[in-house]
Ligand binder design. Structure first.
Ligand SMILES: Nc1ncnc2c1ncn2[C@@H]1O[C@H](COP(=O)(O)OP(=O)(O)O)[C@@H](O)[C@H]1O
Ligand SMILES: [Mg+2]
Length: 270
């Protein structure tokens, strides 16, 4: 382990507040030392040792949780089949969990530093949901090597990949279909008091028949103050325009607003 880590560990331990010496009453002072649970000196040593172990574990975990696994490797008895996506906070793997294909979402350590509650929300919210178009939460994995979730695998391709890799041109029918299904998922979420806050093309999967909404890392309980349901509809608007843009075959070099670039009927423009 690099020496800088030990220096950080030592600095953290040294910054710990000075332990308070236990107050000894006059009559207790006669108790023989061997029978006293601990003395001031002993507790200092014990606390420093405990702090050092905690700091060391924390640092070891920081390094371990940022390991990226490769196909064929085993993590907690789960076989990595494929790395299917990596975002700011997580890496998603397709895994073989016994007979089932599932998703392992490994959380990156930065999530703990930026907002440790993020993990808590994603888990709590996913556990509260029961909807065919949202992956089920199977279990949480938390040990020295990895913090993450095992989720139901929803088969499909992200709309992001359809747009940028497959160069798919969405027909109006497809856009209406996807939009309608997403609205019904959002109504379900909002009725449950949940706002998703990240309705974007990498977080929606499509398999020709069904759509699935994934990534509840930004989801929150609606409080009508900081977290309002409306934000999902603002994202949805951008999302649908994104799909509509794929129908632009000859993108003009002129810098025009989107509503002039797209071939919208006068009814669509209203
Ligand atoms: N349950 C799932 N089933 C199938 N693919 C999934 C599932 N969850 C995530 N993915 C895939 O993994 C990618 C990253 O997952 P996501 O939860 O969006 O992580 P991040 O928070 O890093 O963006 C998604 O874009 C999608 O391709
Ligand atoms: Mg995502």
């Amino acid at each position: 382990m690099p020496s800088v880590i030990w220096r950080v560990a030592a600095a953290l331990v040294l910054q710990a507040p000075p332990p308070q010496a236990p107050r000894v009453q006059a009559h207790q002072a006669q108790v023989p030392l061997a029978h006293t649970p601990y003395t001031g000196v002993k507790s200092v040593v014990t606390n420093v040792a405990k702090d050092a172990i905690q700091v060391k574990n924390m640092i070891m975990k920081t390094f371990a949780t940022n390991i990226k696994y490769s196909p064929g490797q085993y993590v907690e008895g789960l076989k990595i089949v494929e790395v299917i996506g990596e975002g700011r906070y997580g890496i998603c793997y397709l895994i073989a969990d016994g007979k089932d294909l599932r998703i392992l979402k490994q959380l990156k350590e930065r999530i703990h530093h930026e907002n440790p509650l993020n993990i808590h929300y994603e888990e709590e919210i996913l556990k509260s949901l029961k909807h065919e178009e949202i992956p089920k939460f199977i279990r949480k994995i938390e040990d020295r090597h990895l913090t993450g979730y095992v989720l139901e695998y929803k088969q499909g391709i992200t709309l992001e990949s359809m747009i940028f890799n497959q160069r798919h041109v969405f027909t109006r029918g497809e856009i209406y279909f996807i939009g309608k299904r997403l609205i019904s998922i959002l109504i379900y979420l909002h009725e449950k008091g949940i706002v998703h806050r990240d309705i974007r093309v990498p977080n929606v999967l499509f398999n020709g028949n069904d759509i699935y909404l994934v990534d509840f890392g930004s989801a929150r309980w609606i409080d009508n103050n900081k977290y309002k349901a409306d934000i999902d509809f603002s994202y949805l608007g951008d999302f649908l325009i994104h799909l509509y843009y794929t129908s632009l075959i000859n993108v003009s070099k002129e810098d025009k607003p989107w509503y002039e670039e797209l071939a919208l009927s006068s009814k669509n423009r209203l």
